[in-house]
Design a protein around this ligand. Structure first.
Ligand code: NAP
Ligand code: HSE
Length: 449
């Protein structure tokens, strides 16, 4: 029987209309995510909120769009005012990019008291002061999780989870395109133009990709993080920004010889004087540093707070679905505030039951250590039982005890291919009853995570 949905708060379900300005890489990802997970989202809001896209702003309505389900043509408009003023639109999502039309859309939505969700870091870094003033004036929030580090929830973390900390530093790789390009230059010896072409094709790059390679996309994000951490608007003209245009395969090769990797790093640090250091530049970091292994479109941000100490965030920093994940999270938060302006906002279970996979059904590879009596044929005896249960062996090892090479009892290690834990348990019970086995085998799982 399917689990019963528990919507015990006696809430009525409010359908909130979304005006989706922009239907490119991220906008169509938002459409797909809401189509796929809309019911789950409603469940997770305790049945209080349903999200429905009511209007979509594009430049070219005739363009073929690769969405998971067909988009009704009547939802499309080329006039942003129609979208913002549509009475069926309660929330406005800005995903057109740039700082001109996007500014008008966000400003108009705030004036209409329609909460805004945006992924536009250039807009907020360059014109955030004006927009946050409107947000305050019209008592209407701007949500921007998708603006920094794609799918990583760093905005919510800095704003909410670390609210009790003084943040000493935030250091990270926050441009997926340049990180992808650096990796392709490192691994395939490409120069950056062809590697950039790949990043564009994958939907990682900005519509103006110079912002990715000249460091300004990362700088816009760093400005937002620093503004959240320290509370004041930061003038982009006052920060040091350099991009990866100057990096050549020869620099990468030299870095490698010297024990480093090249990464585009954003560094934000509060000094004892209260001064804030903020810079973006290609940097050499030690090959063993945790950020050195962050490759491709992945971003990572290391935060140090006086209470939390070190915290590290890692995930996809660009691309359709990861970015849509952040946009949808913001939408749900905005929608909840509209639908349930007061009352219980904490977690409540929303299903009465669910199934847990029995441990016997779980599958991994294994390391098994047997304490065996050292006599001819023991390996074959163990292997026979494993074979009877169709469990493959990827290796065996029997370290000789140097202090007692002639010992009768030895540890014998078997590395086993992936099988169900239940099958392994049955086989081990049988092996344990062999008279060459002296104690219960020790099992570790070999996880592929
Ligand atoms: P995109 O693929 O270029 O899509 C832009 C969309 O906006 C297109 O649908 C385009 O219409 C529409 N549009 C652009 N200017 C318009 C205008 N003046 N009037 C009406 N429609 C207009 O961009 P994207 O990659 O989705 O990025 C959108 C925003 O998200 C940007 O601010 C970007 O910085 C941010 N972001 C992107 C990523 C990512 O991985 N791509 C990650 C995080 C944040 P047509 O389809 O008709 O051309
Ligand atoms: N162009 C950006 C990047 C998109 O490559 O990181 C995510 O903000």
């Amino acid at each position: 029987m399917p689990p019963v949905r528990l919507h015990t708060r006696r809430v009525t379900c409010t359908t909130l209309g979304i005006g989706l300005a922009g239907f490119g890489t991220v906008g169509s990802g938002v459409w797909n995510t809401l189509q796929r997970n809309g019911g789950l989202i409603t469940d997770r809001t305790g049945g209080s909120v349903e999200l429905a896209i009511r209007s979509i702003l594009v430049r070219d309505p005739a363009k073929t769009r690769a969405t998971a389900s067909e988009v009704p043509q009547e939802l499309l408009t080329t006039d942003w005012r129609t979208l913002v003023e549509n009475p069926a639109v309660d929330l406005v999502v800005e995903l057109i990019g740039g700082t001109t039309d996007a500014f008008e859309i966000v400003a108009a939505a705030l004036r209409a008291k329609k909460p805004v969700v945006t992924g536009n870091k250039a807009l907020l870094a360059e014109r955030g002061s004006e927009l946050f003033a409107l947000s305050r004036q019209f008592d209407t929030p701007i949500h921007f999780e998708a603006a920094v580090a794609g799918g990583i929830p760093i905005i919510k973390s800095v704003q909410e989870s670390f609210v009790g900390n003084r943040l000493d530093s935030i250091v990270g790789i926050i441009n997926g395109t340049s990180n992808y390009i650096l990796q392709r230059m490192t691994e395939a010896g490409l120069d950056y133009p062809p590697a950039l072409g790949e990043a564009q094709a994958l939907g990682y790059a900005e519509s103006d990709p110079t912002l990715d390679v000249n460091g300004w996309d990362a700088a816009h994000k760093a400005i937002l993080l620093a503004t959240l951490a320290y509370g004041f608007p930061i003038d982009p003209a006052k920060i040091h920004v350099a991009g990866i245009e100057q990096v050549r395969p020869i620099d990468i090769a030299f870095a490698k010889q010297l024990g480093y990797v090249v990464k585009l790093l954003a560094v934000i640090r509060e000094h004892a004087s209260g001064d804030i250091e903020l810079r973006v530049q290609p940097s050499f970091i030690g090959q063993k540093h945790i950020l050195a292994s962050v490759n491709g479109v992945f971003n990572a941000i290391a935060v140090h707070g006086d209470a939390v100490g070190d915290a590290l965030f890692y995930g996809r920093g660009a691309g359709q679905d990861p970015t849509a994940s952040s946009v949808v999270a913001d939408l749900v938060e905005a929608a909840r505030s509209l639908a349930l302006p007061s009352g219980h906002r904490g977690f409540l279970p929303y299903r009465d039951s669910g199934n847990l996979l029995p441990v016997e059904e779980t599958e991994t590879a294994y390391y098994v250590r047997f304490d065996v009596t050292d006599r001819p044929g023991v390996v074959a005896e163990i292997a026979r039982v494993l074979a009877d249960h169709r469990i493959g062996i990827s290796g065996t090892h029997s370290p000789v005890n140097p202090e007692n090479p002639d010992a009768d009892f030895v540890d014998m290690v078997f590395l086993l291919h992936t099988c169900k834990f239940g099958t392994l348990k049955t086989a081990l019970a049988q092996i344990e009853s062999l008279d060459c086995i002296n104690s219960a085998p020790v099992v570790f799982r070999i996880e592929k995570i």
